[in-house]
Design a protein around this ligand. Structure first.
Ligand code: ACO
Length: 355
């Protein structure tokens, strides 16, 4: 059975840089608050109505495909991870196929909805398909256009300041080189806390349903009317059409689950934290990454962080950081690379790759 290797990698971030000071002009926040709590200095926002999750994903994919040295028509399966799809449906997998101009191949396309852990989940799915011999050239993309769906009033500041736009992609292929490629992947979830970090409306639940809101709400509509409405005025007026997050709860879960799932991968492969050449954490929050780094006893040159410049790009954060590390020469042939992510769901996962 072959292993799966990353044959090509690429990333794309929009040109427009939005600094913390830029955000202070539209909401009550400060550069100091944002940097102290999250480490973020700036993020990128895509060009409204010109760039989308799909188009950014396609730009990253083109680089990954070109670096893999294949023709884009040879891609035989597409996996697209995002929480900010262009459309409610169909998913970005088919849209990126069209954007890349490879509809003629009729390659399968799958969208996955695992938020921050979407890329790691996608990697594991692709690994199974490649190991089984089903596909030979899988394009895996993580892309997010958060700036189109955030609350830019002070009401949304605890969430909005964290997120940025961008995309990363890998082209995965089988390898027969012993001990190379993806060594192991581990995926977990616990839906108990689904609403602790969620973008609930519009949804098919037939209500505004923001479980973190404890106040009694006058719905204005009868149950029957609610059932008919996908989005209503009440949701719009009260900001229930934006992502919500109980930040401290998410923080506590993240710093517990990151180390757990990394240790699980190391135990499975008989490796130690000292064997890790490069740890690429999902860029949730610099404080989370630093906590995990300390817990695992990793040195600064064993960890790649770029949230300071790009914010949290959810499904795109791991491939963007991995690609940056690779381009900087910080990930080299033979290195042990550890990827890990935790996010909404909650879902989390890890992967160990021998580069
Ligand atoms: N600017 C200024 N003040 C703010 C802002 C802001 N952007 N956001 C919130 N505040 C205020 C709050 O209103 C509150 O004010 P109050 O004390 O007067 O009520 C105060 O700051 C503290 O709010 P908390 O939410 O308790 O702030 P906390 O210290 O927990 O920091 C943060 C918030 C950064 C979100 C933190 O909880 C955190 O890092 N959580 C982890 C979640 C995370 O990183 N999520 C990323 C996405 S999820 C993922 O990728 C895993």
């Amino acid at each position: 059975m072959p292993n799966t290797k990353i044959a090509g990698i690429g990333y794309y971030v929009p040109e427009k840089v939005v600094t913390n000071d830029d955000l202070t002009k539209i909401m009550d926040t400060t550069d100091e608050w944002i940097q102290e709590r999250t480490g973020i200095r700036e993020r990128r926002y895509g060009k409204k109505h010109k760039e989308t999750t799909t188009t950014m994903g396609a730009r990253a994919a083109e680089i990954a495909i070109q670096r893999a040295g294949i023709a884009k028509e040879e891609v035989d399966f597409i996996i697209f991870a995002t929480l900010s799809p262009d459309y409610y449906f169909p998913g970005c997998g088919v849209l990126v196929q069209r954007e890349l101009g490879i509809t003629g191949s009729e390659a399968g396309a799958l969208d996955i909805r695992n938020q921050c852990s979407g890329f790691v989940y996608g990697l594991s799915i692709a690994d199974q398909f490649i190991k089984s011999g089903m596909y030979r050239n899988i394009l895996l993309i993580g892309s997010e256009m958060h700036s189109m769906g955030l609350d830019f009033s002070t009401r949304g500041r605890n969430v909005t300041v964290i997120f940025g736009d961008g995309a990363g992609a890998v082209l995965l292929q089988p390898t027969d080189e012993p001990g190379k490629g993806i060594l192991t992947t581990h995926l977990h979830s616990n839906g108990t806390y689904a609403e602790k970090l969620a973008f609930i409306n519009p949804g098919a639940h037939g209500g505004y349903h923001a479980a973190h809101q404890e106040e009694q709400v006058d719905y204005h509509y009868s149950d029957a009317e609610y059932g008919e409405m996908f989005v209503n005025e009440y949701m719009v007026e009260n900001g229930y059409i934006f992502p919500n997050m109980e930040g401290q709860f998410v923080f506590k879960m993240a710093v517990q689950k990151f180390p757990e799932v990394i240790m699980e991968a190391l135990a499975k492969t008989g490796l130690q934290t000292s064997d890790i050449n490069m740890f690429i954490p999902h860029q949730a929050n610099l404080r989370i990454s630093q906590f995990v780094q300390r817990k695992l006893g990793l040195s600064d040159d064993q960890v790649w962080n770029n949230i300071q410049r790009f914010g949290n790009t959810t499904a795109a954060s791991v491939p963007i950081a991995l690609c940056e590390a690779y381009e900087a020469g910080a990930v080299k042939e033979g290195d042990l690379v550890c990827l890990a992510a935790f996010g909404s769901g909650f879902t989390w996962g890890s992967a160990l790759i021998r580069w």
